[in-house]
Design a binder for this molecule. Structure first.
Ligand SMILES: Nc1ncnc2c1ncn2[C@@H]1O[C@H](COP(=O)(O)OP(=O)(O)OP(=O)(O)O)[C@@H](O)[C@H]1O
Ligand SMILES: [Zn+2]
Length: 502
């Protein structure tokens, strides 16, 4: 079957290089290759970091929805990322290890595991491969040796990339901004403010936990070098899509592009061309913000997925919150916002549960879109087309989500067919709508003093008391529950009998 049979609306994606939405076609027909800048594992990921991976997962699931095979790489940065993105300050990993009196390797292992557990909780598909920066140091040295003769110079502190050796340096960021670079801790001897270290020498007399021998002395690779090397090693260049948060559009990605151009010219003998960036599409998610601005580990006081779960919020409510905003819009995080997303998720799950109870058991597992088009009830077809059009329009998830509610509410359509459509939608949205139950959504807040089983038992006793018309006992049970932080919700439209008022 040809891939075209899947495609009703052509897929269009915003490309930060041209700052326009462009029709997407993979370099290799039928197969998209995607690289996503991964976490720096010196601390727990905050909800803003995780928004970046809900975005890449939506991108990946949309490519799959369009019938493409996808190779997706996410790296783990366990060395090289300094406290400032532009080569100033300390290595984030070294600093965290010192602060916690642990080895860097322990720090990296702990926060990598924590990150992967967040990814699983958010139903984000595992990448085809996680590439770990410290596994690629020999390739990084080889890459640097290739570009050094024409593009780099050595200082006491390291090997630096001369940004004036590539044309249109910084184009991705909207042009070179020397003034902005000059504001960041200047490094003595740099030829241009925007030059950056591709190898950082260990300071004399200082033993670092992570250091390697190189032609430029003992030291560690620069953060920008890592992503150029790992993306090229796993995907070749050019590949299709490179992603990251919008902060990476300013420094990290322009530096990667400069290195990619230099490598191409050194390696292939091509003249350095302004058009070559290493990837066809560069895509960036906007920030999750709170009242203080961009949610940020460096600023401290950030919210993690673990803290959300501890407060009794199901992680997929956070995923739904993210999908409710377009990835290129800022999204403000608030307890009310994520609470509303949890209620919406509960309603969706209740709708699906009710469909399941009426279904006759005809299940079409992972149906293909052309099959759905041919077999679904005619009333559902417009929803399918609108969903496809929304996702194809630069991943417009806020337009796609209400189609779930429309599908659930659609009249005169068999429940089985609605469930098939919802399963197909959910393959792209990743909300686990057919797997979750109402009970799964009720997480026990960590600070709660009473277990759900106990609450349910008390509510059953109260129900019996009311049936026996013993209203005094019924009120006593309710008051005792309230005293323990349990709000009893008689007549709740979502049939949610209680919640913890913490
Ligand atoms: N508030 C945010 N909203 C959305 N994406 C973000 C936010 N903060 C960081 N990101 C993205 O998260 C991904 C992982 O970033 P990384 O682990 O390197 O964060 P970091 O730079 O160490 O953290 P921070 O910026 O909070 O100090 C990157 O793609 C980054 O652009
Ligand atoms: Zn990167």
């Amino acid at each position: 079957m040809s891939q075209d049979q899947h495609i009703a609306a052509p897929l269009r994606l915003f490309n930060s290089v041209t700052r326009t939405v462009e029709p997407f076609a993979p370099i290799e027909p039928g197969h998209a290759r995607v690289y996503s800048c991964g976490p720096t594992v010196y601390n727990y990921a905050h909800l803003g970091n995780l928004r970046a991976y809900v975005f890449t997962d939506t991108l990946r699931r949309t490519l799959l929805w369009k019938g493409l095979a996808v190779t997706h790489i996410i790296n783990i940065t366990d060395v090289g990322h300094l406290t400032s993105d532009a080569d100033a300050g300390d290595d984030k990993m070294e600093a965290a290890a010192r602060a916690q009196a642990k080895s860097i390797w322990d720090i990296a292992a702990h926060y990598t595991d924590a990150f992967k557990s967040n990814i699983a909780a958010l139903n984000i598909m595992e990448p085809t491969e996680w590439t770990v920066a410290t596994d690629y140091v020999p390739q990084m040295i080889a890459f640097a040796q290739k570009i050094a003769p024409h593009h780099c110079y050595e200082l006491e502190t390291g090997l630096y990339f001369d940004s004036s050796t590539v044309p249109d340096y910084g184009a991705l960021a909207g042009g070179r901004d020397d003034a902005a670079h000059a504001r960041i801790d200047p490094v003595a001897g740099k030829r241009n403010p925007s030059d950056f270290a591709i190898w950082r020498k260990s300071p004399p007399g200082e033993q670092r936990q992570m250091e390697w021998d190189s032609p430029w002395g003992r030291g560690a690779p620069g953060w920008h070098l890592e992503c150029s090397v790992m993306s090229q090693a796993r995907l070749g260049q050019p590949f299709d899509i490179h992603t990251g948060g919008i902060d990476h559009r300013e420094i990290h990605h322009p530096n990667e592009i400069a290195q990619n151009q230099a490598f191409r010219s050194a390696c292939c003998g091509d003249a350095v061309t302004a058009g070559f960036t290493g990837a066809r599409w560069w895509m960036h998610n906007n920030f999750l913000v709170d009242r203080q601005g961009k949610m940020s580990k460096s600023k401290g006081g950030f919210t993690t997925l673990f803290s959300l779960i501890d407060a009794g919020v199901h992680p997929l409510a956070y995923r739904l919150l993210c999908l409710g905003a377009h990835y290129r819009s800022e999204l403000e995080f608030s307890a009310e916002g994520v609470g509303a997303a949890l209620t919406r998720l509960k309603r969706l799950i209740m709708g699906v549960e009710s469909l399941k109870s009426r279904a006759e058991g005809v299940t079409w597992q992972s149906p293909r879109l052309d099959f759905l088009r041919a077999n679904l009830h005619p009333r559902l077809i417009p929803l399918l087309e609108q969903f496809d059009a929304a996702l194809s329009d630069d991943l417009m998830t806020p337009r796609a989500l209400p189609l779930l509610e429309e599908a659930i509410a659609m009249k005169k359509v068999p429940a089985d067919e609605k469930l098939c459509l919802i399963a197909a939608f959910d393959a792209a949205l990743g909300l686990d709508l057919l797997g979750l139950t109402r009970a799964d959504l009720r997480l026990q807040p960590k600070a709660a003093q009473i277990a759900p089983g106990q609450i349910e038992a008390d509510l059953d006793r109260r129900q019996s008391a009311r049936q026996d018309k013993d209203f005094a006992l019924s009120d006593r049970i309710r008051d005792a529950l309230i005293a323990r932080g349990v709000e009893v919700m008689d007549g709740d439209p979502l049939r949610w009998d209680w919640r913890l008022s913490l």
